[in-house]
Design a protein around this ligand. Structure first.
Ligand code: COA
Length: 150
């Protein structure tokens, strides 16, 4: 387990986010334009996470959206070399805490029903599956809809 710190990314960090997202998602990346658009999307916050003792760049990110009573995790990713060391958990926890502090009562997300790592991460954080969306993804994969009471 490493010590992680999580901070809020700024518009200047857009290129860093594009590179991180591409590394984390490979062929299933949103693509640069969509990633950059999230910085100006209403209610969206971009959090970066990296080693606490290191002033080098981020190794992971989470995008969450404030929708008033509800909040939503839009995407989360950790670069392959830094996985399974608690960074995903630290990022998710920071987004959950920020949404709770902002007054949201429930947090939602959609996840590829075949993505064992993401399902494990969300279940460990207390998210429960509340529904399914058939053939939700371009490749025909189903999505699970999950929710957490804040
Ligand atoms: C999902 C992802 C963000 C997890 O990041 P991470 O830093 O490796 O996660 P953590 O180390 O904090 O793991 C927290 C918990 O999640 C679960 N988990 C993480 N990776 C897992 C895997 N490969 N298989 C099963 N469970 C896994 C475990 O319960 C883990 O706790 P443990 O290590 O004590 O067993 C990372 O695998 C990733 O970037 N994947 C590619 C992008 C992606 O699919 N994002 C989700 C889109 S919705």
């Amino acid at each position: 387990m490493s010590d992680w710190r999580v901070w809020t990314a700024q518009v200047d960090d857009a290129d860093t986010l594009v590179a991180l997202e591409a590394l984390a998602f490979g062929g299933r990346s949103w693509g640069g334009d969509s990633v950059k658009a999230s910085f100006v999307a209403s209610g969206v916050t971009v959090l970066f996470g990296g080693l606490a003792k290191d002033s080098a760049g981020p190794l992971g990110f989470v995008l969450w959206r404030d929708l008033g009573e509800q909040a939503e995790i839009l995407t989360i990713g950790v670069v392959p070399d830094a996985r399974r060391s608690g960074l995903g958990e630290a990022l998710l926890e920071a987004a959950v805490q920020a949404a709770r502090n902002g007054g949201a009562e429930k947090m939602f997300l959609e996840v590829d029903a075949a993505n064992a790592a993401a399902l494990g991460l969300y279940m460990q954080a207390g998210f429960k599956t509340i529904g399914a969306r058939k053939k939700y993804y371009r490749d025909g994969g189903d999505a699970a809809v999950m929710a957490l009471d804040l």
